[in-house]
Design a protein around this ligand. Structure first.
Ligand code: HEM
Length: 523
């Protein structure tokens, strides 16, 4: 899906949609509609018996594509309108794809917990995504089965378990030092002004690179790798032919470009894999290299149902998944966090006081943050009010005959869980629209972020496919917020006097206007 960088489905980005629709697609599609009316009639007969959730009526063949393209608002906002009309479960037909969108805690619970096994799979990928995922050989895209289980088990025990996470404390601490220094340098060069998302993104990317490849890289190389990874994400954005495969011949140029980007990704990451292999052969070669990396766990990995360990191209894919999963999601949360601190100086002061009374002058570390109740409440409220992605990754029924909310969910349809309506449901939350960390403090509200004891907010999804990076994501967000507040006072920049909390969909749901903040050093 478009919302999470590495995801498997195809949620649209309407701006591309609209340009394409008006320029080429309308005349072309009119012909196709006529040609395919007959075929569609047959399909309709086949699906007549199905009791699908309600939804806007669409055209033959293209379904609701025109409505979505002409909605003149981002898909994440258009969906909210449709929820108002059709309720917590509805159907959208996007050409050849059928999307079923679920937006309430009850239905999310039914899909992901009660019928967790039934809806634990992923739908088919488009050809571009198949290239980048090595035919669904990643944790996030694999269909529910032995291959997924092997890959996921390895990612969790190999890298994301609490004990592994602790081993990388040193990496995070030195990354935090560099992060703070970068902010200081940028502020000094720009009269105190700092771009928040860009800096947070870079800091997280550095940590993940080090955890992933276990090699020490200079800044220039990191920037180059980051640029390639961004090009990959852009290439994975859904295209019109993903919904209307008949249009594929018109997209051969884009398909060739995708292959070029894939080759570039392989050329960029394979040298890092080779570097790590050399370090493992003779550890004294790079004294700065960490003792363990995610890549190490993949090199000889036995995957159920496969005869051999992943080859280099598959390693590139699996490592890219690791980098993509945790970078934009975490950095997005940091941008919203700083915006909320600028908007609420009192919250910022409370955070600062908690840090100072816990650690005094020395840099706050992640062990300290575990005891900081106000900081924990702030991070939880942040993820409630600003889930970094509005949709979980796309789920799909693993078997025929699946039902949800009493409706049929045929195999092959995309089951999308819309997250913000859950964490802002007035039936579940008091003053749901207000940003207020205090709600989680003693005697106030509570929420299990994993969804195990009940669903009220699930920014990491829940059930079998819950984000395996939950612990790492929360650790990174908490530590970064703590360090940023300890070192600097964050204030409004004169060019953005009226901080707006409008959002837009990029790889994640970021601030509509990228946040430029003023910092004052506290030292
Ligand atoms: C704030 C940070 C993060 C957020 C908000 C987030 C959110 C999510 C969400 C909503 C899902 C979809 C769950 C579902 O399909 O129901 C997911 C899946 C996933 N995430 Fe994260 N994530 C974050 C950090 C990370 C990190 C740090 C990593 C790894 C380095 C990671 C790796 C993954 C993977 C591999 C999956 C697919 C799981 C599967 O299909 O079994 N994420 N994440």
């Amino acid at each position: 899906m478009a919302s999470l960088a590495f995801s498997s489905s195809l949620l649209p980005d309407n701006s591309n949609c609209l340009v394409f629709m008006t320029a080429i697609a309308v005349p072309l599609l009119s012909i196709l509609v006529l040609l395919l009316l007959n075929k569609n009639k047959n399909n309709k007969n086949k699906t007549k018996a199905l009791n699908l959730p309600p939804g806007p009526s669409g055209w033959p063949v293209v379904g609701n594509l025109f409505q979505v393209a002409r909605a003149s608002k981002p898909f994440i906002h258009y969906v909210r309108d449709l929820i108002g009309i059709y309720g917590p479960i509805f159907t959208l037909r996007m050409g050849a794809r059928t999307l079923i969108i679920v937006s309430s805690a009850e239905l999310a619970h039914e899909a992901l917990i009660e019928k967790g096994q039934m809806f634990a799979s992923r739908p088919a990928e488009n050809p571009t995504r198949n290239i980048f995922s090595c035919d669904k050989f990643t944790v996030n895209s694999a269909v529910y089965g032995p291959e997924w289980r092997s890959l996921r088990r390895n990612m969790v025990s190999g890298m994301l378990s609490n004990s592994r996470l602790r081993e990388f404390r040193g990496v995070r601490e030195s990354a935090m030092e560099r992060f703070i220094q970068r902010i200081r340098n940028e502020a000094e060069a720009n009269d105190g002004a700092v771009w928040v998302l860009k800096n947070a993104r870079f800091a997280v990317f550095c940590i993940l690179l080090s955890m992933c490849f276990g090699v020490d890289l200079d800044e220039e190389t990191i920037i180059k790798i980051d640029q390639v990874m961004k090009r990959v994400l852009i290439t994975l954005n859904p295209r019109m032919d993903d919904y209307l495969p008949l249009l594929r011949p018109f997209f051969s140029k884009q398909q060739k470009e995708a292959l070029v980007v894939r080759a570039e990704q392989i050329q960029t990451l394979v040298p890092l894999i080779d570097m790590r292999r050399q370090i493992l052969r003779s550890p004294s070669k790079d004294p700065k290299a960490v003792s363990f990396s995610y890549l190490d766990s993949l090199l000889d990995l036995k995957v159920d149902g496969r005869k051999s360990a992943p080859d280099d191209v598959e390693l590139v894919t699996l490592c890219s998944e690791f980098l993509n999963g945790g970078t934009d999601t975490t950095a997005t949360a940091i941008e919203w966090a700083i915006a909320r601190l600028i908007e609420n100086p009192l919250i910022q002061t409370k955070l600062y006081q908690e840090i100072v009374s816990a650690v005094g002058e020395r840099p706050v570390d992640e062990k300290d943050t575990e005891k900081m109740v106000y900081l924990q409440a702030f991070v939880k409220e942040l993820l409630r009010k600003h889930p970094p992605t509005f949709f979980s990754l796309t789920h799909a029924a693993a078997e025929p005959g699946a039902k949800l909310g009493g409706y049929d969910i045929p195999m092959g349809t995309n089951l999308e869980i819309y997250l913000p309506t859950i964490s802002e449901d007035p039936k579940l939350w008091s003053n749901e629209g207000t940003f207020d960390p205090e709600r989680f403090l003693s005697g106030g509200e509570s929420a299990d972020i994993t969804g195990v004891t009940g669903i009220k907010m699930i920014p990491f999804g829940c059930g079998r496919r819950i984000c395996p990076g939950l612990g790492m994501g929360v650790t990174h967000i908490t530590l970064m917020v703590a360090r940023m507040v300890q070192e600097f006072e964050w204030c409004v920049h004169p060019s953005q006097p009226n901080l707006e909390f409008a959002d837009k969909q990029e790889f994640t749901v970021v601030m509509n206007q990228a946040l430029l903040a003023m910092v004052k050093s506290r030292q």
